[in-house]
Ligand binder design. Structure first.
Ligand code: FES
Length: 169
């Protein structure tokens, strides 16, 4: 009788993907001094967030408790503990951008996209996050859309950028 490959499922595929990413990040960063942060960043860069099933493996590889890893994740705003939306919009809230109108831009973004800052819209279309300096202060206010930096962002420019973002199924 011919051998059949093991049955696959989306959940099993996802779990295998998470495992591969985590093992790669551990192999690259676990031995570094202070390797926890780059390791977590590597996982988030690859998956878009830090799935809970990754954390025990990270803790074990670094000889840390789960609570210690969880504490670091909670401390840094950058880490996501839930999957991001299909488009990720970050609005700078640091000093220079505040001085150049980022408060008004945040209000506009929330009202235009129909969501609160620091959340993912229930339909999964957008994640809207605060960020604290994008290194683009000379062109404040600055935002980042799907990893692309934009400066001097007015409300009109924001709307145009959102219009450029296709809704991906
Ligand atoms: S303060 Fe916003 S980019 Fe630096």
């Amino acid at each position: 009788m011919p051998a059949h490959p093991p049955a696959s499922s989306p959940a099993a595929d996802r779990s295998a993907e998470v495992d591969a990413v985590v093992q790669r990040a551990i192999a690259t960063h676990a031995a570094e001094p202070g390797g926890l942060l780059p390791l977590l960043h590597a996982i988030q860069d690859a998956l878009g967030w830090l799935p809970p099933d990754a954390l025990p493996k990270v803790a074990s590889a670094l000889n840390l408790s789960r609570a210690e890893v969880h504490g670091v994740i909670s401390f840094y705003h950058d880490f996501r503990t839930s999957p991001p939306g299909r488009r990720v919009v970050k609005i700078c809230r640091a000093e220079s951008c505040q001085a150049m109108g980022s408060d008004a831009l945040v209000k506009h973004a929330c009202s235009t996209l129909g969501m609160e800052l620091g959340t993912t819209r229930p339909d999964g279309a957008f994640t809207l996050e605060p960020v604290y300096c994008l290194g683009n202060c000379a062109l404040s206010p600055s935002i980042m859309v799907d990893g692309a930096l934009h400066g001097w962002v007015t409300r009109q420019r924001f709307d145009a950028l959102m219009d450029e973002v296709p809704e991906v199924e």
